[in-house]
Design a protein around this ligand. Sequence first.
Ligand SMILES: NC(=O)c1ccc[n+]([C@@H]2O[C@H](COP(=O)([O-])OP(=O)(O)OC[C@H]3O[C@@H](n4cnc5c(N)ncnc54)[C@H](OP(=O)(O)O)[C@@H]3O)[C@@H](O)[C@H]2O)c1
Length: 387
Amino acid sequence: MIKGSATMQGTWNYAHKHQELSYQLLGQTGLSISGAGFGCYRVDAVFSEHVDVLTKALLAGINLIDTSATYADGGSERLVGNVVKELVLKGKLKREEVVVVSKAGYLQGTNYQVSQERKSEERPFPELVLYDEGLEHCIHPEFLEDQLTRSIDRLQMETIDCFLLHNPEYYLLWAKKQKMVKAEARAEYLRRIKNAFTHLEHEVEKGRILSYGISSNTFPYQQNDFAFTSLSEIWDIAQSISPKHHFRVIEFPLNLFETAAMTEINQPGEQTLVEFALNKGLGVLTNRPLNAIKEERLIRLDHAVYQGEAAQQALQFKEKVAALELSWKNVSKLNQLAFRVLHSTTGITAVLVGMRKARYVEDIVQELRHTYAPSDKKETWKRIREL
Ligand SMILES: NC(=O)c1ccc[n+]([C@@H]2O[C@H](COP(=O)([O-])OP(=O)(O)OC[C@H]3O[C@@H](n4cnc5c(N)ncnc54)[C@H](OP(=O)(O)O)[C@@H]3O)[C@@H](O)[C@H]2O)c1
């Protein structure tokens, strides 16, 4: 078991060691994190390439790791635990230098089997969302407690720095399918989140987590959407539990095709999601920077995957985006531009990238060497939306 957690001093020291790269404070946690996080969606302890690439990233200046109990059915957390432990034992990294974010909510694979066994023993997890064959979802305290124990075990860490509810909006998506009345579904959604947050405050007291938050794909949605997760309502819940709550981080998709977090006014006071989060001092992590999803279609933001006419179109698109800001003009690759747009936008603390190859880490570290004049780029994001 790796003792301790990320600390303000430890992460500051790490940032100081790599002072040519850019770091920011993760909201009010006081922790310094690299402008890019190692996204663990499709990495697994069983692949030696993934061991090597995570090792490389941690030694190169990336000290934020984003994983989940459900990624590779736990294999992703095992990878993180093995790699961090190995580096700590070799004296190449200190536990207090690295910030580990994990998540719970999904019951797939092993979790799904456990759930079926518990049902047959007549002690199912409470408030299960029976979403689909082989897929359930839950944020009830009993489930979160179980998941946190398993994550701590796989990560081999005494404390997880930030623990997120993973896509809690599954409840709303399910409620919509059941044709529930929207107002009732939304009230129940918030009640469940309040219950979960109350439990997570106890986990902070116990020292199993330092802070908590929510990763939701529906944070940027329009207010009237059935599945919308309203950050201001969630903020009020946290405040109602205690003004000294530990709700610190949000995560959601943002990229050149999914621009809503920067352009959709869905918060009080005519604010966007990112503006509201910034005003409340929340840490903001964005995901899928290179794998955009538009109208249920995957769009890769990497010119290398296109050929012929599609490659020409990708190049033209890149040129149009690059023309919008002076500091974007000299970027030669679409993937680096897609990252730079996010990294140079005020309010975004770190961009999570699924960099499971060594050259992807090199690309991102190269980008982290650039410094930019801080700017919210509000108007620029509106223009990106129109492209
Ligand atoms: N996707 C989501 O909805 C979601 C939700 C919650 C959290 N997250 C978190 O966010 C992280 C990032 O999202 P993601 O992994 O879904 O997508 P992503 O980082 O936007 O894209 C990953 C894809 O981009 C490619 N890639 C990565 N770096 C590259 C580079 N430098 N040049 C060219 N191609 C590159 C990868 O190629 P290969 O195929 O060769 O690996 C992979 O196909 C996740 O790992 C996870 O931690 C994601």
